[in-house]
Design a protein around this ligand. Structure first.
Ligand code: AMZ
Length: 410
């Protein structure tokens, strides 16, 4: 789940509207680039920027402010408002916009979205803004006859990176997101859906993470890929640090259910904060040797199954396990388990080698790096040493366990 802080631009300033009404604008920052920097400093990893004047005019109107934002931060920016033709899409992407959002043109010119999504895979999103169930266009001054689902379905196989679904009536009102409509949409299509309009508090973030029941019904909220926060952040109703911590804490890898790199790093920070000196910790990091060859030889479904088996084995260990990347994993051990980390690495090595998928025995070999926490050391530094040991193991030809703290065992 990604939480996107929003910067809406009107006359070169960062504003928030209520229900999309330009007459009800509050200026929150006269310097949008400074606002972008502030969001980055708070820990956000992505920005949502809208050129409001552009959405009304049908062409970019706050390009200078967007340029300043792009120059001020190096995190990806998704940008919407007045992007209605191929030249404008290309110009923004060339300037470093991570993802363009197409609203009006998704209703009026679906071919443009399809062609752009094909040409710039991962860089084209569709913005669907619904008022009374129908999609609003032209700065929300006009309403079409089509529902969000009608339009979303057009792009089902087009390679659109995301659909940003906004409930116009809730936007800027701090009354909470429209979960029902957003989840209903997400359940009907395979394109990731980002929720927008009315995000009010940490409770909304909890619902997005699948925590809460809505009207006593447990909704499947796991499909919501992200949410946009605007006024709640500017008004201080949503604490950025708290929200990001909650999200990172629960950030798991979709295939394995293990902590993702991000979730692992959040957990690590949490443990570090609570750590007392003398607490025993150890780290095992490893990756699968020649995983691509396994994929090539047996196909990706066997590769996925192998990763699933590794995840199941790690879950049975007494520790915090994470999938750091494609074929890279980590296991953080404490107390008695930490004292036996090297033995655990050898045991894992044998268990992975024995993995079979149906009648296929892919002979999975892994290289391991192991480290134990030294007096006065941080968890971060300990994991770095395990990673260095893993590098050594790979240089030694792989398939071995290197213990950073002295005893190298091949
Ligand atoms: O608040 C508004 N009146 C408004 C707004 N926030 N009008 C349009 N927009 C945003 C959409 C989308 O991100 O949410 O502008 C983008 C769409 O612009 P266009 O020009 O493609 O319709």
């Amino acid at each position: 789940m990604i939480l996107f802080p929003a910067i809406d631009l009107k006359n070169g300033e960062a504003v928030r509207l209520q229900q999309g009404d330009m007459g009800r604008a509050t200026v929150f920052n006269r310097d949008p680039a400074a606002q972008a920097k502030a969001f980055k400093a708070q820990g956000f990893e992505y920005l949502h920027v809208v050129d409001l004047d552009g959405a009304f005019a049908g062409k970019p109107m706050n390009a200078a402010a967007v340029d300043r934002i792009l120059a001020a931060v190096n995190i990806p920016v998704q940008l919407g408002g007045g992007i209605r033709d191929r030249a404008t899409i290309e110009a923004w992407l060339a300037k470093g916009v991570g993802r363009v959002i197409i609203g009006t043109a998704a209703v009026r010119d679906p071919a443009l979205v399809k062609e752009a999504a094909r040409a710039y895979a991962g860089h084209v999103a569709v913005g669907l803004d619904a008022r009374d169930g129908k999609v609003a266009v032209e700065g929300w001054a006009e309403t079409s006859e089509l529902s969000a689902l009608d339009i979303a379905k057009r792009f089902e196989d087009a390679g659109v990176a995301a659909i940003i679904y906004t409930d116009v009536a809730r936007d800027g009102m701090l009354q909470g997101l429209n979960f029902e409509a957003t989840i209903a949409l997400a359940n009907e299509i395979s394109i990731p859906v980002i929720a927008s309009g009315g995000l009010a508090s940490l409770d909304d973030v909890r619902v997005l993470l699948g925590d809460y029941k809505i009207n006593t019904v447990a909704h499947r909220t796991g499909k919501i890929a992200g949410a946009i926060a605007g006024r709640a952040l500017y008004d201080g109703k949503l604490d950025a640090a708290e929200a990001l911590q909650l999200i990172f804490d629960r950030s798991t890898d979709t295939l394995t259910g293990l902590f993702s790199r991000r979730g692992f790093s959040a957990k690590r920070q949490l443990i570090s904060a609570r750590m007392k000196s003398g607490d025993p910790f150890a780290a095992i990091v490893f990756d699968i040797d020649g995983f691509n060859r396994t994929n090539d030889k047996y196909g990706p479904s066997v590769g996925h199954a192998v990763v699933g088996c590794i995840a199941a084995i790690l879950t049975a260990e007494k520790g915090i396990s994470a999938r750091l990347g494609g074929d890279e994993f980590a296991l953080l051990l404490s107390a008695a388990a930490a004292a036996n980390a090297a033995a655990a690495a050898h045991r894992l090595q044998r268990e992975f080698a024995a993995i079979s998928v149906g009648h296929i025995a892919p002979n999975i070999a892994c290289s391991f790096g192991v480290s134990a926490l030294r007096a006065g050391e941080t968890l971060e530094a300990m994991i770095k040493r395990a990673e260095a040991a893993l590098d050594t193991a790979k240089h030694q030809g792989g398939g071995c366990v290197v213990v950073a703290d002295g005893t190298a065992v091949v």
